[in-house]
Design a protein around this ligand. Structure first.
Ligand SMILES: [Zn+2]
Length: 99
């Protein structure tokens, strides 16, 4: 279950930064699928280190910088790059259309 990627211990942006973890944004817009690492220090400067880092709290505050879409997913990762399989997973789970 990819949801396990979300470390429940690190609930705030400040905790993520202190743990050396990385956040990635992933655009759910069909035809965009832009993904990029989030710059934690600059997000903390904007939202504060006590801002919840849980995707349901954080994702609505993000906007895709490529297409301007607001349907952005947040992925927590120990790696500075979003793993390919995570991107593929997001692409899959984002298909809401029933076959
Ligand atoms: Zn986008």
């Amino acid at each position: 279950m990819r949801e396990k990627l979300i470390a429940v211990r690190h609930k705030t942006l400040g905790a993520l930064r202190d743990a050396g973890l990385h956040l990635h944004a992933y655009c759910n817009n069909p035809g965009c699928h832009w993904s990029a690492p989030l710059d934690l220090p600059s997000i903390i400067a904007r939202l504060g280190e006590h801002q919840s880092a849980l995707p349901p709290d954080l994702a609505p505050r993000l906007v895709c910088s490529r297409c301007g879409g607001k349907n952005v997913a947040v992925v927590l990762s120990a790696a500075p790059e979003l793993p390919d399989d995570a991107a593929a997973y997001l692409r899959q789970t984002n298909r809401h259309h029933n076959e």
